[in-house]
Write a protein that binds this ligand. Structure first.
Ligand SMILES: *[C@@H]1O[C@H](CO)[C@@H](O)[C@H](O)[C@H]1NC(C)=O
Ligand SMILES: *[C@@H]1O[C@H](CO)[C@@H](O)[C@H](O)[C@H]1NC(C)=O
Ligand SMILES: *[C@@H]1O[C@H](CO)[C@@H](O)[C@H](O)[C@H]1NC(C)=O
Ligand SMILES: CC(=O)N[C@H]1CO[C@H](CO)[C@@H](O)[C@@H]1O
Length: 355
């Protein structure tokens, strides 16, 4: 009798194990994950709870100059260790911003407007201690006017948020086709050599943020930030669009093995990045459409924001290669690193095999 009971228990135990294994493998679980993703994405974000939510369509809304109030920021006569912590919500955050680039703007004027930015394009709030350290990496392919306009707008934008930040421009030379993924990988590596950044923003050179509640800090998952671009009527041009501004923590970056190095030209790598996130078990966050608003400067070379038809077997191909194509297979030569007043200029030759 006793032995029979034991056998029965053993039998039930094995059943339970099998059921667990089955459930784990079962595709329904993916359904559950998508459901979770849906929940997380639709959950109001912290930013939304800030007290100044406005209706975009309301006629009375006030658009602030991106430099307004910044002249109030001054270095204080306290040693760095004794600085108070910055407030959780920066007092300079106002909401919708005017995007206005002065006529005939010169880089010297931009430097003059940003006296607290240090050589190499680095800044920290002079009057308080912040716990946010963000590197902005800008792949660059000769768009000099866009860069000047971006610096004019982005520096005060980031200062409004009281972040410690730096801007890295990754300048591709030697006239091969533009390779955004590889430039992003180079920017990540070079930036991390300099500082212990806790958040990396990969930023197109021609996108200017229109709302300072769009915080340039990282969340618990990678984020596609430029969700509402004026050129696309302030919505995603297509569901899987991941271009423009993309943010993640270094640990996330390593988990997806960075970005692919093998997309040349203006070919979009959206599907590849989406697959990397999925295969490494992470979700994608997006800010609220009210905050993730951008003005796109007139496009230079980038012609296509149309969705490519997904070629059959693409996911399977990415599945096979993503662990071998990315940060761990990055080969390049740093030709120069110049500390400009408003940015660090990393000039790289990408036609270089992996070590
Ligand atoms: C910013 O400046 C405006 C006037 O330009 C003023 O009304 C507002 O109170 C200022 N905000 C802060 C935080 O100083
Ligand atoms: C900008 O430059 C053009 C041509 O050099 C000149 O005609 C115009 O007056 C300038 N505008 C301003 C605001 O200085
Ligand atoms: C970056 O440095 C390279 C090499 O000195 C130079 O040719 C290029 O014009 C610079 N680019 C920018 C945007 O400063
Ligand atoms: C492969 C190649 O052509 N590399 C060249 C890229 O440009 C730099 C400077 O302009 C040269 O030093 C490299 O030899």
């Amino acid at each position: 009798m006793e032995q029979q009971r034991w056998l029965l228990l053993l039998f039930l135990g094995v059943q339970l194990l099998l059921m667990g294994a089955f459930l784990y493998q079962n595709p329904h679980c993916h359904g559950f994950i998508s459901f979770l993703r849906f929940l997380i994405q639709d959950r109001p974000e912290v930013r939304e709870e800030l007290p100044f939510l406005v209706q975009v369509s309301s006629p009375g809304i006030r658009y602030w100059d991106v430099y307004s109030n910044l002249s109030q920021i001054h270095p204080v006569d306290i040693s760095e260790e004794d600085l108070p912590n910055c407030p959780i919500v920066s007092p300079y955050i106002n909401g919708p911003l005017k995007v206005m680039i002065p006529e005939n703007l010169t880089m010297e004027q931009v430097v003059e407007k940003n006296p607290l930015v240090e050589l190499g394009g680095q800044y920290q709030p002079p009057d308080c201690w912040t716990q946010h350290h963000t590197a902005v990496v800008v792949p660059y392919y000769g768009q000099a006017q866009h860069l000047r306009d971006l610096l004019f707008h982005l520096h005060p934008f980031l200062q409004r948020q009281q972040l410690h930040y730096a801007i890295y421009v990754v300048n591709q030379v030697n006239n091969t086709a533009f390779n955004q993924g590889k430039l992003r990988n180079v920017g990540f590596w070079e930036a991390m050599q300099e500082e212990d950044w806790d958040c990396i923003f990969f930023h197109d050179v021609n996108l200017l943020p229109e709302d300072d509640r769009n915080l340039y800090i990282c969340d618990i998952f990678p984020a596609h930030v430029s969700v509402a671009i004026d050129k696309f009527n302030y919505k995603l041009p297509y569901g899987g669009y991941l271009g423009g501004v993309f943010a993640l923590r270094p640990i996330h970056y390593l988990r997806i093995n960075g970005f692919p190095n093998t997309y040349w030209g203006w070919e979009r790598e959206d599907d590849d990045i989406a697959a990397r996130l999925k295969l490494s078990g992470m979700l994608l966050l997006r800010p609220h459409l009210l905050f993730g608003r951008y003005h796109m400067l007139e496009e230079g070379q980038d012609p296509s924001h149309k969705q490519r038809p997904q070629s059959p077997g693409l996911l399977a191909r990415i599945h096979r290669k993503w662990r071998h194509d990315g940060f761990n297979s990055l080969g390049y030569r740093l030709l120069s690193k110049e500390l400009q007043p408003l940015y660090t200029n990393l000039t790289v030759d990408l036609n270089f095999p992996a070590p």
